[in-house]
Design a protein around this ligand. Sequence first.
Ligand code: NAD
Ligand code: MG
Length: 382
Amino acid sequence: MKKQIAILGSTGSIGTQALQVIEEHSDRYEAYVLTANNRVEELIEQARKFKPEAVVIANEAKYNQLKEALADLPIKVYAGEEALCQIVTDENIDMVLTAMVGYAGLKPTMNAIRAKKAIALANKETLVVAGELINELAQQFGTPILPVDSEHSAVFQCLAGEIGNPIDKVILTASGGPFRTYTLEQLATVTKAQALKHPNWDMGAKITIDSASMMNKGFEVIEAKWLFGVRPDQIEVVVHPQSIIHSMVQFEDSSIKAQLGLPDMRLPIQYAFSYPDRLHASFPRLDFKTCTQLTFEQPDTKRFRNLALAYEALDKGGNMPCIINAANEVVVSAFLNDRISFLGMSDVIEKCMQQVSFIEKPTYEDYVATDKLTRIMANELI
Ligand code: NAD
Ligand code: MG
């Protein structure tokens, strides 16, 4: 029986690489559902090639185009946010890969957990916004959450065979992004074109900006807390510009385990699909004949304030990580539309963290309200 996989966000960077993994291992995996937000042409092409049971386009205005283009195939076609949240509960789905961007991933992920679908989690925003709630649900329904983020996949791989051995420290590596060596003065005038040029990874626009501003690493610190049950002071970030060591774990006896490889998301995607097995991979491999230097630096939270703000949100808990996520989504979108400067993004985020009402034990409804309120405030501040 092939594993039936639903890909939320199949037209994106993670989604398309996941389809490459499915294609390479078509004896094991099948794309059961494909979904996209807007890019209907790509979704049509994918559907004609992979012949999923169903496709969903979030933007309802694109429904007719999608329906007509697939009329000759027995593929169910749906549109809208609600359809996206419902489709993940289909009884034939074994695993849901959450590869959509942002807060929009929260509700479908919650539904998939309740329907006991294994979650391959790329959408880190879900854990940033509501990590506690997601963990409670996963525990209640006995649903496994497998990390796809390369750092967390690395930690997960380091933890294989270590059941019962407490973690001393999780050490997340960060490339440092395109502005690693920039001064504050230089950062003040960087453009979106510069920020969109990541030195090591080819990713969607939002996460590429988050990487340049180091909010991505801040979010990964929060993600690590919920995935691995560690305290904030047990999560360390080290800048490693080559992106060869994907992250590390230090144990009580001081031993550090690391996971290495070329920067290629197909490996963590494939590992989430195949865990606990390892499968053959045809993509390029790390070769120490050409990789001759691995270097490390300490992160600088004066130049990259977002990393400090994310630690602050994690320490504070409650709805604070939800506030930082919503404010960040608004400022990143504004930065991509030339409506705010690179450093201005952190100012708005910090103000939102100070001004939106704090809730210590938020319910799902509180998260929805916090997200909405923060977006209004962030837009006003811009
Ligand atoms: P992307 O922008 O390339 O693709 C996003 C996909 O989600 C597209 O298919 C898009 O149609 C869909 N989508 C976007 N907004 C949506 C909405 N509101 N409703 C429904 N569908 C929507 O993004 P990406 O780089 O593939 O990143 C996806 C997720 O994976 C993000 O949460 C990101 O942080 C995480 N991630 C990505 C990488 C990477 O290498 N790209 C690495 C680690 C984690
Ligand atoms: Mg990552």
